[in-house]
Structures are given as C-alpha cells and as structure tokens.
Design a protein around this ligand. Structure first.
Ligand code: PLP
Length: 452
C-alpha cells in the first residue's frame, strides 16, 4: 500500500477504506463474495502487461506462451469442474460472456447458413446484397427470457441493455400465486413466440430452475437453450445443484460470472457443447478486445480452489445459511417472495414494514448491513424505488458465519426495518427515498454487525 501511496495517496486510502468497510459491515449483497488471497495476488502481476488477442495457439501477437499456459489451465479446470465439453475463459465480465454466447448462437444459426447459401467462406466474401440480407436476418431474431421483476437480468434481452436492441424480446414471469416459474406458461410462450434463444437464469429468483424441462421446451420449438448461471455457478461447482438443476448437461451454452458464488476474480466465462465451440472461441475479436491474462490466471486459481472438497462444503453451507436466514426472517414476520429459498439468496418484500426498497436499503446501510434494493414480482414501486431487498449468503459464509449467526443477522435486519419510518421530501411531502431510523438503533446494530 505504501508503494501506491507514494504515487496517488487517494487510491491507497480508498483501498484501505474498502478493507475497513468490508471488515466492519455485514456483506449481504447476493452477487458479492471475498476472493482468496491467492486469487487476489494472481491478479496483481506482470501478466497484466501482455497483449494476447486470439485463442490458445492462434494469437495475433508474438510472445504469448505464458498466456497460452494460463488460458489452457483455466479452461481445463473449468471443463473438469463443470463437466463441460468446452470452456472459454476470456470474457471480462458477465455481460461480455452473454454477448459472446449470443453472437456464437447467431453465427451458428443465422450467419453460417447464410454463408452456405451464398457459397461464401466468410462474411467478407458476401455480395453487398447478401450482406444486407444477413444483417437484416441477424437483427430479426427473437429471445425469450425471465422478466426483470421475476428476477431475470437486464442482459437477457431488455431494452436498456444492448441485448434488447439486438433481439426482439419476450419475457416469461412467475406464477403470481406461488412466485415460482410456471413451465406450462414458458412452453406456451415459446410455442407462440418461437425464439431463437430460450434463456434461463436470474439475479433475484430465490428458487431452482429445472433445466431439463427448459431444454425440452427449447427443443420443441427449435430454440437454443442458453443458461446464465452467473449467480449460482458456485452452487453448481460445489455439486449442490445436480441432475435437473445443473444447467451444464442440459443447455447447449452456459455463461457465468466468476466473482459471485464461484468466489473468483471479477470476470466471465462461457461453457458450451462441441457444436458451438468454434463460434464461442471467436469471442475475441468478435465482441472482446485483448484478454486480461492476469484475470484469466486468477480464474484458473479460483477454479482450482473450487475443485477442492472444501468448496463443496462451502457451497452447501451457503444454501444452509440462506435457508436459516429465510426462516429467521419469516419467524419475525417478514414477507419473503416465494416464502423462502432453495439457493443462496432471499428476496424480502419490505412493504410490510411500510418502506420502499430504497428506504430499507439506506436504513440497513446506516446500521452496517450492506444489501441492495430489488424489484419484486408486479412491484408497485417500479425498478428504481422497489418494494424489495435482496440478500445473499455467499460472502458471509466465506467469512465463516453459520446458521446460528444467520438467525442473529435476521434479527438485526428485522430490528432495523421495524425501527425505520419513511421520511419526507424537502417540501414536506411523503418521500419514497428518505427514511428516518430511530435514534441509537444504527449504532447498536452496527456494533453487533462488526462483531459478527
Ligand atoms: N448475468 C447475471 C444473471 C447477473 O446477475 C449479472 C450481474 O449481476 C450479469 C450477468 C452481469 O455480470 P457483470 O456485472 O460481470 O457484467
């Protein structure tokens, strides 16, 4: 830190401040974790300096032998860990991994047939007319994914994201009575909409998805099944999600981030069957620039860690802790979307406390509990203020907290939310953003949170 301080003290302070914050608060953001020192150290070294566009053994730059080793080892660990035929470890993030996957499917299902019809080997060989027709066809494809308020992700075809500008999108939601995915409704939507890609995966759905059923639906309508397991990859790696709930044997293509429940460096990854391997490997330069060799190296280290028996124990504890947290909250009267959890996350409906998600998020932060507000199904407060709070257990489980502590965390959350009332705007009107937390509660809870 002193070396950094000598160059830019504000950055040294921010790093030290982040360590302090992470130590003192309860990190309940479902997509965050604590990477190991081995993973962190692997990111801060000379591998960072190397350009290596292309793939292993086929680079656009000389001198890539060490990066080739790094990328091969990371891909090997990914294949072995997840039982995948092919792994592509270059994506810099989850959104990049999804873009690589989308374009791989488009290349396989739309571009390759067009090239074949035109007798061309590559797009540069197409006539202006055929090229214009191909661009129209690429822009005319459909994607069916989970709606945002049911827990889907912005990258699954929603307008504010590039995916929503690339594809015509339709969503499947959840059953309003149970909050669960209704596979008959997904099938009906797929039959009517005929998507090129059926996408399964979520950021805020607290239950499991049956990927065998999803593949059946995809096959019936001629869609490619893509699963974005960014949130629950650690549970797949730790063999908590198996059989119908493990996406890898069922989907043609699976994407993930590496930094959430998988506990690696920030980054993304694509797993696929043999039919898509060549297209996926064209991710660079299709949608990615030069890979980040230091991050691929850290992915290799994290994946090696995830292959250890201790990681299976960790993944099981993540789920046990989420269940204990859900039970603790329910016992105290908190309403939960789907009434519980089967995975690493719990979605609280805080409207019963008379709060918006935004007010609840801010009050919890005052008390040293870091969460994020999240829309709930049919949310009357929309995606900005929301009525929900999403919490997850991957980070606290890494810190060694168990089910007994989860009950205490539930009690702390309930204490803060019960002690909070909505505030008013500057002009005295009721506010959806401002909150008032009873005197003394923030300090008391924060003290206990820091002890945990
Ligand atoms: N996919 C899902 C399901 C996610 O939850 C996220 C991140 O929250 C992403 C993709 C995007 O990941 P990144 O932030 O690394 O781009």
């Amino acid at each position: 830190l002193e070396v950094i301080r000598g160059v830019e003290p504000r950055i040294a302070d921010a790093i030290a401040g982040e360590i302090d914050d992470q130590r003192a608060s309860l990190k309940l953001i479902a997509s965050e974790n604590y990477a190991s020192p081995a993973v962190l150290l692997t990111m801060g070294n000379w591998l960072s300096d190397k350009y290596a566009e292309g793939t292993v053994g086929r680079r656009f730059y000389a001198g890539c032998r060490n990066v080739d080793t790094v990328e091969s080892v990371a891909a090997e660990h990914a294949r072995e860990l997840f039982g995948a035929r092919h792994a592509y470890v270059q994506p810099h993030s989850g959104i990049d991994a999804n873009l690589v996957a989308f374009w791989a499917v488009l290349a396989q299902r739309v571009e390759s047939p067009a090239l074949e019809r035109a007798g061309a080997r590559q797009v540069n060989d197409l006539s202006e007319e055929d090229w214009a027709a191909l661009r129209r066809d690429l822009g005319d494809q459909r994607m069916l994914g989970m709606s945002l308020d049911a827990g889907g992700h912005l990258t699954h075809g929603f307008r504010p994201n590039i995916s929503g500008k690339m594809f015509h999108q339709r969503s499947y939601g959840t059953d309003p009575a149970t909050g669960l995915v209704d596979y008959d409704a997904v099938r009906a939507a797929a039959r009517e909409f005929r998507p090129l890609i059926l996408i399964a995966g979520y950021s805020a759905y607290p239950r499991l998805i049956n990927f065998r059923l999803m593949r059946e639906i995809a096959d019936e309508v001629g869609a490619t099944l893509m699963v974005d397991m960014a949130h629950f990859a650690g549970l797949v790696a730790g063999k908590v999600l198996t059989g119908d709930f493990d996406p890898v044997p069922h989907a043609q293509i699976v994407t993930t981030t590496t930094h959430k429940s998988l506990r690696g460096p920030r980054g993304g990854m694509v797993l696929c069957d043999d039919s898509l391997a060549d297209q996926v490997d064209r991710g660079c330069p299709m949608v990615l620039g030069g890979p980040l060799p230091h991050v691929m190296a850290a992915k290799a280290v994290a994946l090696a860690e995830a292959r250890q028996p201790a990681f299976r124990d960790y993944a099981q504890r993540v789920v046990d802790n989420a269940r204990a947290l859900a039970e603790g909250l329910k016992r105290r009267g908190t309403r939960l979307v789907t009434d519980g959890t089967d995975n690493h996350l719990v979605l609280l409906d805080v409207s019963g406390y008379g709060l918006t998600g935004r007010q609840a998020e801010a009050a919890l932060l005052d008390a040293g509990i870091v969460t994020n507000r999240n829309a709930i199904p049919q949310d009357p407060n929309g995606a900005w203020y929301t009525s929900g709070i999403r919490v997850g257990t991957p980070a606290l489980t890494t810190r060694g907290l168990g089910t007994a502590e989860m009950d205490e965390v539930a009690a702390l959350i309930d204490t803060v939310l019960s002690s909070t009332t909505p505030g008013t705007t500057k002009s005295g009107k009721p506010s959806k953003a401002a909150h008032v937390l009873k005197d003394g509660v923030a300090g008391q809870v924060a003290e206990r949170a820091a002890d945990l």
